[in-house]
Structure formats: structure tokens, C-alpha cells
Design a binder for this molecule. Structure first.
Ligand code: HEC
Ligand code: HEC
Length: 153
């Protein structure tokens, strides 16, 4: 019985293509995304959120996580169109993110359940949204296990 469960779990792991091991930035990224959405944090790859979640993020920029990230309407429109075009389409990951946060989605919580709460608070990490603190190649959209280094402090 136990063995069956183990085999099933192993098969599941093998068959699910490494979700998000790699989430490269789509090549048609508008320059405004880097300029406007990567000054306070990394440029999050669009595949990290669903269309509805990106709509929610982009329609509330004046109240953006305690800060004002408003844009002129053309820039806002360009970025929104691109984010929606490249949002995740995989049903499993397409939930509407609570509080518009990648870090509150159930897949994120599941993938990070081994990270102890004390670790998130370390000075060089500070927030789960600070992907690059641990995923050393996050800027290139690489989140695979081999490219993780959790800072000791
Ligand atoms: C003025 C600074 C600033 C700008 C500009 C900005 N953000 Fe943010 N953003 C924040 C802060 C602060 C947080 C919360 C970070 C945290 O909790 O550690 C955040 C969080 C986020 C999150 C959620 C991260 C999580 O917890 O999963 C998303 C998604 C996001 N921003 C997208 C964008 C997009 C898209 C743009 C460009 C339109 C943008 N941000 C521009 C400051 C900014
Ligand atoms: C405290 C360090 C830390 C931070 C910060 C962090 N992660 Fe992770 N992440 C991990 C660890 C540890 C794993 C689990 C690796 C494993 O054993 O599979 C992981 C796993 C993942 C996976 C699954 C990789 C795979 O191959 O299945 C994704 C995707 C991911 N993280 C994305 C993110 C994103 C996006 C952010 C920022 C919004 C983030 N992580 C922030 C440490 C972190």
C-alpha cells in the first residue's frame, strides 16, 4: 500500500514537467516593463500569475502594496496587454492570487513549505517576494532546485 503511494508520487513528479524550473522572460517584453516594474523589485515573469491576477495588479497601481506605482495610461495599457498575453495558462497555476500576490498562491506556498518562517525574515531576504535572494538566477526566470542558495543571514 505504502509502496503504491510512493510509486504514484514518483510518477507524478516525473510526469509533471518541471513547473517553472524555467520561466524565461518573453522576448517581446516592452522596455517599459523593465523601467517601471523592476525598480522596487525584480521584473516578475508574467507566467507567475493568471490573467485575472495581472488585471487586478494593473488596475490598482495607485495603491500598490503600500506604495504608488501609477503609470500614464499608454504605458499602463502596453504593460497590461503584454502581461495578459503571457500570463500562465496552466489551469493548475491559474488561480486568482490572494491579495494579488504570487507569494500567496497555493502553488507558491506548496513549493516553499520546507522554508521555515525564520528563514523568510533573514536580513538579506526580508520578504518571500524577494525571489532573487534565494533563486540566484531569478532574473533570467530560472527557479529550479539547482539554482537555489539560501543566504545564512
Ligand atoms: C514604487 C515601488 C514599486 C513599483 C514601481 C512597482 N512595485 Fe510591485 N511591489 C512593490 C512593493 C513594495 C511590493 C511588496 C513587496 C513585498 O511584500 O516584499 C510589490 C509587490 C508586487 C507584486 C506581488 C509580489 C508578491 O508578494 O507575490 C507584484 C505581482 C508586483 N509588485 C508587480 C508590479 C508591477 C507589474 C509593477 C509595474 C506596473 C510594479 N510592481 C511596480 C513596489 C513597487
Ligand atoms: C527563502 C528563499 C526563497 C525565496 C525568497 C523564494 N524561493 Fe522559491 N524556492 C525556494 C526553495 C527552498 C524551493 C524548493 C526547492 C525544491 O526543493 O524543490 C523553491 C522553489 C520554487 C519553485 C519551484 C521550482 C521547481 O523546480 O519546482 C518556484 C517556481 C519558485 N520557488 C519561485 C519563486 C518565486 C517566483 C519567488 C519570489 C516571488 C520565490 N520563489 C522566492 C526558496 C525561495
Amino acid at each position: 500500500m505504502k509502496k503504491t503511494v510512493l510509486i504514484a508520487a514518483t510518477l507524478l513528479l516525473i510526469s509533471s514537467p518541471t513547473f517553472a524550473g524555467k520561466m524565461a522572460m518573453p522576448t517581446d517584453m516592452p522596455a517599459s516593463y523593465e523601467a517601471e516594474c523592476a525598480s522596487c523589485h525584480m521584473a516578475y515573469p508574467p507566467a507567475l500569475l493568471s490573467q485575472q491576477s495581472w488585471k487586478n495588479v494593473m488596475s490598482s497601481l495607485s495603491k500598490h502594496f503600500g506604495t504608488d506605482a501609477s503609470l500614464d495610461s499608454k504605458t499602463q495599457n502596453d504593460i497590461t496587454i503584454w502581461l495578459l498575453k503571457n500570463a500562465t495558462t496552466r489551469q493548475k497555476y491559474s488561480e486568482t492570487a490572494p491579495e494579488n500576490r504570487i507569494t500567496k498562491t497555493s502553488w507558491f506556498i506548496r513549493k516553499h513549505d520546507e522554508v521555515r518562517s525564520e528563514v523568510w525574515k533573514r536580513a538579506s531576504i526580508k520578504s518571500p517576494a524577494n525571489c532573487g535572494a534565494c533563486h540566484i538566477d531569478a532574473a533570467n526566470g530560472v527557479f529550479s532546485e539547482k539554482n537555489i542558495k539560501i543566504p545564512a543571514k
